[in-house]
Ligand binder design. Structure first.
Ligand code: UDP
Length: 374
């Protein structure tokens, strides 16, 4: 049987490799980094023993039962609900905006119905079809809440004014007229007991899969593979012929302390004057463990230079037209399938990545079964 190459050992690559290995293919997986799991990588911090989300917080949530059942084959998922706090102008609030946030912010005791009509009265009703992040916020929560919670944070996170960002970014966050402070609206949520790297390692643990770490896969390495699944940056595959696609990168500045530093896994800092966007305290991602000492990351966002780790695709007008050209080039590749966050230049949650990878593998196998090329 001919071999398949998978570039990238994050969730995309690992899931595709596993599905095809189980169908009898021989798979070679390559990753430039010294570990599997991509940006989901977790490792125990030597100083504190805390399980660390090395590339920032990753909380598993999904409403897709197939994905939930899939990941739970590889580790036990411990109960975990992401409850985020947000600091603005010297006060701590609950995030996403919910009834507690609204009542505390405005010093009220509104019922759900009262809060809903109050917020409607604050919203700018003249904006009928919000296009930008700022318009979306002004339309649905009004200027005071926008300035307190979104304006500064978003400027720090994206490096541009919210009036230049698409409304879709804010639509990721709900506004709730009850006391539900769960950050996600997904049906299932949890944290892998042994970390994400262990899960990915177990997905890749199959006699037909060979993993090559510290090995960046490039076009020139195609020595007759039957097919290539590429989850690296799409622009890098084409040697940046259409220019570099823009990303935001993150810097995590660690600090170690005794005891409990902030009493919560994630606290957002919404004021523009505070240079970090948020602080994560990693032992609170594993609340079933006990540690005397604690590790925190202060998180800073900036433009991603060539040597940095890409995180958030910027996807403004310039990048979108560049992307269109890369998509054309990609569609001309006969035996390469571009997958995942970097391969398709989209900001994907883990559960979406896994669902898409399962889908791609299924389509590939169906094509082969009917004698077609994918
Ligand atoms: N956001 C904000 N203040 C917050 C949290 C989020 O302004 O306290 C904005 C920010 O622009 C962010 C977007 O809402 O990019 C979506 O939030 P989400 O938590 O989905 O961002 P993620 O970190 O997952 O990209």
């Amino acid at each position: 049987m001919k071999k398949i190459a998978v570039a990238g050992a994050g969730f995309s690559g690992a899931v595709i490799a596993r599905e095809l290995a189980q169908a009898g293919y021989r798979i070679e997986v390559f990753d430039a980094r010294p570990h599997v799991a991509g940006n989901c990588h977790t490792a125990r911090d030597a100083g504190t023993g805390v399980m660390t989300h090395v590339y920032g917080p990753h909380i598993f949530h999904t409403s897709n039962e197939k994905v939930w059942n899939y990941v739970r084959q590889f580790d036990e998922f411990m109960p975990f609900t992401n409850r985020v706090k947000a600091v603005t102008n010297g006060h701590v609030f609950s995030m996403p905006i919910n009834l507690l946030t609204i009542n505390q912010f405005f010093g009220k005791t509104f019922s759900p119905k009262e809060a809903e009509s109050f917020l409607a009265s604050l919203g700018d009703q003249s904006i009928t079809d919000p296009q930008t992040f700022e318009e979306q916020a002004l339309r649905f929560v009004g200027r005071e809440l926008y300035e307190a919670f979104f304006h500064g944070y978003t400027k720090k996170q994206w490096g541009i004014h919210p009036s230049e960002l698409p409304a879709s970014i804010l639509r990721r966050l709900p506004v709730r007229f009850n006391y539900d402070d769960n950050y996600y609206a997904s049906t299932f949520q949890g944290m892998p007991k042994n970390g994400y790297t262990e899960i990915v390692a177990r997905i890749l643990d199959h006699p037909h899969i060979k993993v090559h770490l510290n090995t960046k896969f490039e076009r020139s390495m195609d020595d007759g593979y039957d097919h290539i699944f590429y989850s690296g940056p799409v622009d890098a595959w084409f040697k940046h012929s259409e220019g570099r696609l823009g990303y935001r990168t993150l810097d995590f500045v660690p600090e170690r302390h005794r005891g409990d530093y902030q009493g919560n896994p994630v606290i957002n800092y919404c004021d523009e004057a505070v240079p970090w966007t948020r602080i994560s305290e990693h032992k609170h991602f594993s609340p079933w463990e006990s540690h005397d000492n604690t590790l925190i990351f202060k998180e800073y966002s900036r433009y991603c230079e060539e040597s940095d780790t890409p995180y958030y695709p910027i996807r403004l007008a310039k990048e979108k037209s560049q992307l269109r050209r890369y998509v054309e080039l990609a569609s001309e590749e006969r035996k390469v399938t571009f997958v995942g966050r970097l391969g398709t230049y989209r900001y994907l949650d883990m559960h979406v990545t896994i669902a898409e990878a399962l889908d791609v593998a299924e389509r590939f196998l169906a094509c082969r079964a009917s004698g077609q090329k994918m």
